[in-house]
Design a protein around this ligand. Sequence first.
Ligand code: ZN
Ligand code: ZN
Length: 575
Amino acid sequence: MVSVSCNQKDPENNTASAAFEAYEKRFIEQYFALFPGTALYAGDHRFDDRMLIPDADYVREVVSFCEQNLDSLEQFTDASLNDNLRIDRWMMRDQLNLVRWSYTEFHSLEWNPSAWNIAGDCAEIINGRYAPLEIRLRSLNSRLKNAVRYYEAARKSIVKPTREHTDLAILQHDGAADEVFGKSLLDSLTASGLSEEEKVELKDRIIEANAAMKSYSVWLKDLRKGFNDQNTRSFRIGKTLYDKKFEYEIVSGYTAEEIYNYALERRKVIHHEMAALSRQLWPKYFPEKVMPSDSLILIRKMIDTLSVQHVAPDSFLVAIERQIPELEKFVADKNLIYLDPTKPLKVRKTPAYMEGSGAGASISSPGPFDKNANTYYNVSPLNGYSPEEAESYLREYNSYILQILNIHEAVPGHYTQLVYSNNSPSLIKSIFGNGAMVEGWAVYGERMMLENGYGGNQPEMWLMYYKWHLRTVCNTILDYSVHVLNIQEEEAKKLLIDGAFQQKAEADGKWTRVKLSQVQLCSYFTGYSEIYALRNELQQKAGSQFNLKKFHEEFLSYGSAPVKYIRDLMLKVTQ
Ligand code: ZN
Ligand code: ZN
């Protein structure tokens, strides 16, 4: 295979690379000052005390920042930079294009009332463990000075919102006002070491912020009463905006339409494979019964039969915890990728402030400024579920799917990728990490593990894997079909229930999500397809010399960069 190291320095070009590094540092400073939320989530807390108001002046400032820096980036050339900085330069360019396009063409601040919300960043500061409470409360105090003006700007900016994003904003503001700016914050303020004056001042601001959120929600409810077809717009963004959003956000070698067509093709192949596996399994589970002739009915029956095998409700978390070392052992035994033993993954119950995002399992990773902090695998226990809800959830995350979920979230999926990403020296790649690459890697890992014999090549495991994978494929088909091809609710749900063997509740949830987001649902399948294609390409080139472990380690060494850029460097292509 082509051998490169992304960190190597070309001695002749050290001066250009040093100049670029200095420029990059200034760029990040300025970017953080304009987007304090990005700084906060990256773990740089110097701008925590700022709440910026995205009014016309601010937008002008952002657009001019983008244009100046797009010019500055042109002053550097690929040839003068080492591999690592070369990708940084491409990613900075993409980010600036995305930001400029968002403010000048996409305009979500005008039609998406939920794009306005002060609670998320504030909750991050309130719940943060990065500094003593008093310091965080002082940042909050200074930030909340702008809360009232922030929502005044929102009311001024919103024209022709969508009904769906209006409802979401109402729901989120009603929920978060008391949750974030309510009793528990006031209690921790009282117990804090702030001076009496500071306490009085911040208490007023918290009450004011709470009221500002609630009155925004009241204003939206009034607005909603007068909604008609003239003063609202469709949640479907249409082909022109969709293509651009896909281009800037996914940053793929495929266009949106190409990945949609590829997903249609994949769906056919997967249905075919699932039918073959189901025919193979049928006699084992139903020796006395006649096999259904309709293959979709046959597949569903087999899936339902296998889903009954699941862990008990109270051992969900323990089962996950027990499985991580098993996955690590398999990866080591099969020589699939090196796992750094000094960065262990800690499985924990999802902390209360992160609950309610709907995800049953997620990875919390340390940011680029806090690389040595723990990585957590958050699992929501099923305590609040009724017995029926728990049973339905456990059937979905049955014994087979639970293993695939752990591969995706933990080993060798998200957690493993994050450890490698934190070893990559680039702040740019951490801050502007490419979602399609990150999700694509986790999805790629699922198939790669099975291909290498995980699950002992049982047809049961493969059938359940395909069911899980089909969700990724159908997310892409759904997103494009809804936003570009205008398919209606009934057809969309049919696609998920009949075409991807989902339960009605899951399809309902997905329909809600597809109306509120655009493009993101394609990231999983697009990233996966590109990684898989890259592996095949390198494998063909190297023939018997191909080393899977080396491919994985090298691929991840570039950090969370778009797959097409990693490909360019692994194949030594210049742009
Ligand atoms: Zn059961
Ligand atoms: Zn994921």
